[in-house]
Design a protein around this ligand. Structure first.
Ligand code: NAD
Length: 486
C-alpha cells in the first residue's frame, strides 16, 4: 500500500498540527532506484521555536492527566501501529533500503516498545526514606523533565525514534522528534499521523524533519530541557558540548566498532553463522554491527573460509523488487566511504575473500582477511557490510585488541567453555556482551547502551528508561510546625 501524492505528510511538518515547514523542501529519494517518492517539508529554527513554545504549554496538562489516560493513548498508538504495519513497512523498504524482514522486525519491535511504554505510567513513582528529624517523612518521586528533544538516525528510524519518544511521553513529557530527512516519512511523519489518531493532545508531540541546522536549533533551545540523541560519535560530541554548557540533560547513543571474539574451542559453524548475521544485516548499517572479527590463530583459516562462503551466497539488490539479503546503502556518500575503506585496507595488505565490488549504492557482503589493527577497516566504523578478520594467540591478546578501540558498544565471545567466555567478557570495555551469539541484539526490557566513544553512559530499556526520561524530586513532610534557633 502506498501513499498518494496528496498524503497528509506531503510538504507538511507536524507542529501542533499539519503545517507547511519554513525550511527547504526536500525530495524523498529511494536509495535503491534514485526515484523521487515524494517531497518533504523541513523545519527551520523558527519552527523549532514555535514547537518548543507549544510543547512547553501542553506538557503540564499532559503530565497532569490521570495516568491511565496516558496509558490508554499509548495502547491505542500501539494498536494503530500494528494495524498500519503494511504501509509503514512499505515506506521502510522504499525510503530506507530495508529488506522486508528487517522492516517487519523493526515494526514488531516498535509495537512491543509501545506496549511497554503504555505500562510505564502505572509503575511505582518513588520511595519513602527515614528521617533523622522526629515527625518528618522523606520521600522522592519521579517528575517529568519537561520538553524532550529526540534526534534520530536513518538506519532503524522507527525503533530508534520511538525508543525515546514513547517512554518520554509515558512519563509525562512533551516531545519534539527530529528525524533524519532520509527517513522522515516512516521515521516521523507516519508516526505523527498515528499519535494524532490515537488521541494524543495537541502540542504534546511535534515531528520536525530537518538536517543539522534543525537539530542544532533544537539542542540550543532553552525550553527543551533534555536531548536524547542517537547517531554518530562526532555529532554526539558536539551535542554533548552544547548541552554541557547549557546544563541540559543529554542521552548520547553513538557509534560502535564491535568485536566478535572467536576462541580456539569455539563451534566454528555457529560462529560463522552469527558473524554473517552480525556483519551483513541491513548492509552493515547498524551501530552494533560486527565490524571487527578477532579469531584465534589455530581456527582463523577455517572461520574465514566459512564466513566467506556465507558472504558469497548473499544476494544484493532492490528490496522492493524481489527477495534479497542485502539492499542498497543509504546514499552515495556512504557507498563511497565503504568502497574507500576497503580499497585502502587492501592496498595495505588485507586479502579480499568475498565481495568488494561496488555497484552504485549496492555493496556486497565482504570479508577481509590478514587485517592488522592499523588498517582503516579495523580502526574505523565502516557502517557497511564488511567483516575484517585479524588473529590473536592468547585470551589476553584478544582483550587488548578489543579494548584498543575508543568505541565500546557491543561485543560477542564464542567458546565451548562458558566460564572462559564469561571471564573474558568481564574484561571487555563494552556496554553489551553476548556469549556464543553475535553483536546485534536488542531486548527492550534490558538496559541498552555503550561505553567510551559509544555514548555518555546513558541507557535505554527496562528500568533505564525511567532514569532517562524523568528526574527525581525529594519531598519532606513535617507532621507539625517546627521552630529553628533563629
Ligand atoms: P549522524 O550523527 O550524522 O545523524 C544522526 C542525526 O543527527 C540525524 O537526525 C541528523 O540529521 C542529526 N544531526 C546531524 N548533525 C547534527 C548537528 N550538528 N546537530 C544536531 N543534530 C544533527 O549519524 P548517521 O550517519 O545518521 O547515523 C549513523 C551513526 O549513528 C553511526 O555512527 C551509528 O553507529 C550511530 N548509531 C548509534 C546507535 C546506538 O544506539 N548507539 C543506533 C543507531 C545508529
Amino acid at each position: 500500500m502506498t501513499d498518494t501524492p496528496a498524503a497528509r505528510w506531503e510538504q507538511r511538518i507536524f507542529l501542533g498540527d499539519w503545517q507547511p515547514g519554513r525550511g527547504d523542501s526536500v525530495a524523498v529519494t529511494e536509495p535503491a532506484t534514485g526515484q523521487c517518492l515524494g517531497r518533504l517539508a523541513t523545519a527551520n529554527a523558527d519552527d523549532v521555536d514555535a514547537a518548543a513554545r507549544l510543547a512547553s504549554e501542553a506538557q503540564s496538562a499532559w503530565a497532569a492527566l490521570p495516568f491511565d489516560r496516558r496509558a490508554a493513548i499509548l495502547r491505542e498508538f500501539a494498536r494503530l501501529l500494528q494495524a498500519d504495519a503494511e504501509r509503514i513497512n512499505h515506506w521502510n523498504v522504499r525510503e530506507c533500503g530495508s529488506i522486508p524482514a528487517k522492516a517487519e522486525w523493526e515494526l514488531n519491535a516498535s509495537v512491543e516498545q509501545a506496549h511497554m511504554a503504555a505500562a510505564m505510567p502505572m509503575q511505582a513513582v518513588g520511595e519513602i526514606f527515614p528521617s533523622s528529624m522526629p515527625g518528618r517523612r522523606n520521600y522522592w518521586q519521579r517528575v517529568p523533565i519537561g520538553v524532550v528533544g529526540v534526534i534520530a538516525p536513518w538506519n532503524f528510524p522507527i525503533l530508534l525514534g520511538l525508543r525515546s519518544v514513547l517512554p518520554a511521553l509515558a512519563l509525562g513529557n512533551a516531545v519534539i522528534l527530529k528525524p533524519d530527512v532520509q527517513s522522515a516519512v516512516c521515521g516521523g511523519l507516519l508516526l505523527a499521523e498515528l499519535f494524532e489518531a490515537a488521541g494524543l493532545p495537541r502540542g504534546v508531540l511535534h515531528v520536525l524533519p530537518g538536517g543539522p541546522a534543525t537539530g542544532e536549533a533544537l539542542v540550543r533551545h532553552p525550553a527543551v530541557k533534555m536531548i536524547s540523541f542517537t547517531g554518530s560519535t562526532a555529532v554526539g560530541r558536539q551535542i554533548g558540548e552544547t548541552c554541557g554548557r547549557m546544563l541540559k540533560k543529554v542521552s548520547l547513543e553513538l557509534g560502535g566498532n564491535n568485536a566478535m571474539v572467536i576462541l580456539d574451542d569455539a563451534d566454528l559453524e555457529s560462529a560463522a553463522s552469527c558473524a554473517a548475521w552480525g556483519a551483513f544485516l541491513h548492509q552493515g548499517q547498524i551501530c552494533m554491527q560486527a565490524g571487527r572479527h578477532l579469531v584465534h590463530r589455530k581456527v582463523a583459516g577455517r572461520y574465514a573460509e566459512l564466513l566467506a562462503a556465507r558472504a558469497a551466497r548473499l544476494v544484493v539488490g532492490d528490496p522492493a523488487a524481489g527477495p534479497v539479503h542485502l539492499g542498497p546503502l543509504i546514499n552515495d556518500r556512504q557507498a563511497d566511504k565503504v568502497a574507500e575503506v576497503v580499497a585502502r585496507s587492501v592496498a595495505q595488505g588485507a586479502r579480499l575473500l568475498a565481495g568488494g565490488q561496488r555497484d552504485g549504492r549496492f555493496y556486497p557482503a565482504t570479508v577481509l582477511a590478514d587485517v592488522t589493527p592499523a588498517m582503516p577497516a579495523w580502526t574505523e566504523e565502516i557502517f557497511g557490510p564488511v567483516a575484517p578478520i585479524t588473529v590473536f594467540d592468547s585470551d589476553d591478546e584478544a582483550v587488548a585488541l578489543v579494548n584498543g578501540s575508543d568505541y565500546g558498544l557491543a561485543a560477542a565471545v564464542h567458546s565451548a567453555s562458558v566460564p572462559r567466555a564469561l571471564a573474558l567478557a568481564s574484561r571487555l570495555k563494552a556496554g553489551m556482551v553476548h556469549i556464543n551469539d553475535q553483536t546485534v541484539n536488542n531486548e527492550f526490557q534490558v538496559p541498552f547502551g555503550g561505553m567510551g566513544a559509544s555514548g555518555n553512559g546513558s541507557r535505554f530499556g527496562g528500568p533505564a528508561s525511567f532514569e532517562a526520561f524523568s528526574q527525581t524530586q525529594w519531598v519532606s513532610v513535617m507532621d507539625s510546625g517546627i521552630q529553628y534557633p533563629f
